[in-house]
Design a protein around this ligand. Structure first.
Ligand SMILES: [Zn+2]
Length: 318
């Protein structure tokens, strides 16, 4: 989900080495830059940057530029994105010379927090011999921002899983959740010595069911977890047997994960805790046919699912 899109007009462009330019013309339409033959240069576009909005620090999603060149002999060779002094994305070895204005998007990997002002820097190269060939016209540049939302996960282990480690399951969960703008924080770890609950009765495991006595007892172990934190109990097995179950007593958000769980069980069960329901396609995280049978991993979350997750009180601002 994108929370903000910030743009700047192309005539804000700054040329790093103006002596290598034959001409710089700023007009209402665009900035027209004509490079001297056989030169390279750097062009900088500062983008107005909302860093914190409604008490929430934004994350950088991608940078965009709209430009065209007079010929294939004037080209964009690099696109770098800066946050203050820090370079947060670098695309090198490019050879962009669109003949018409179009939008070029450059993903910022890892969706870093934004701390200062964002800038889009273009490396350019002019290999033509005439001014017309060596022309680049910049219409605008922009940055898409997204919001930091966090799930705080508390790990409580009765029996450690056997097929995949908890680390592997959390890594798999991050692989699915983080591209959706949801960070997974492992807030605490605790070993629970509760042998009577190690094979936990889960009843029908429906959302909204009356919890079994064992679920009520198990989910009472929240310790330091805040009201909107998710507590995951790793148990030997469930009764009846399944990979995991997200049914939980009201006000105690959490899930159980059985020791034979798949790589994706944790991510799937927490998806239920955040309000997601089963779907049919087997390449989706929430497919109802068992996460062992997920095809084409990592499994997908679709836009409506991400909207539901972000609307949950359990996805929290920083
Ligand atoms: Zn399920």
């Amino acid at each position: 989900m994108l929370t903000h899109a910030m743009w700047v007009h192309g005539h804000q462009v700054r040329v790093e080495n103006p002596e290598r330019m034959a001409q710089v013309w700023r007009a209402g339409f665009f900035a027209r830059l004509v490079g001297r033959p056989s030169t390279t240069n750097w062009l900088h576009l500062p983008v107005p940057t909302p860093v914190i909005v409604d008490d929430k620090r934004q994350m950088v999603h991608s940078a965009l530029v709209r430009l065209r060149t007079g010929s294939p002999r004037a080209k964009i060779t690099n696109v770098h994105v800066f946050d203050g002094t820090r370079r947060i994305a670098a695309y090198d070895g490019l050879s962009l010379s669109p003949s018409a204005f179009g939008m070029e998007r450059f993903d910022v990997p890892g969706r870093p927090d934004v701390w200062e002002g964002l800038g889009v820097t273009l490396g350019v190269r002019f290999d033509g011999t005439t001014n017309a060939e060596n022309t680049i016209e910049i219409a605008s540049a922009g940055v898409d921002l997204t919001l930091v939302q966090t799930i705080r996960l508390h790990v409580k282990t009765l029996t450690a899983p056997t097929r995949f480690t908890i680390d592997q399951m959390i890594a798999a969960m991050r692989q699915v959740y983080e591209p959706a703008g949801i960070r997974v924080v492992r807030a605490s770890d605790q070993t629970l010595n509760l042998p009577a609950l190690d094979i936990v009765d889960i009843g029908e495991c429906n959302m909204g069911q009356t919890p079994t006595a064992e679920q009520t007892t198990l989910y009472g172990n929240r310790n330091s977890a805040g009201a909107n934190d998710v507590v995951v109990y790793f148990v030997r097995a469930t009764n009846p047997p399944t990979n995991g179950c997200a049914a939980h007593p009201a006000g105690r958000p959490g899930a159980v994960v059985a020791s034979g769980a798949s790589r994706w069980t944790l991510a799937h069960e927490v998806g239920h805790v955040l309000g997601l329901r089963h779907v049919t396609p087997t390449d989706r995280l929430m497919m109802g046919g068992g996460t062992n049978n997920i095809t084409n991993p990592p499994p997908d979350l679709v836009g409506t699912e991400v909207t539901t997750m972000l609307a949950s009180a359990l996805t929290q601002g920083p």
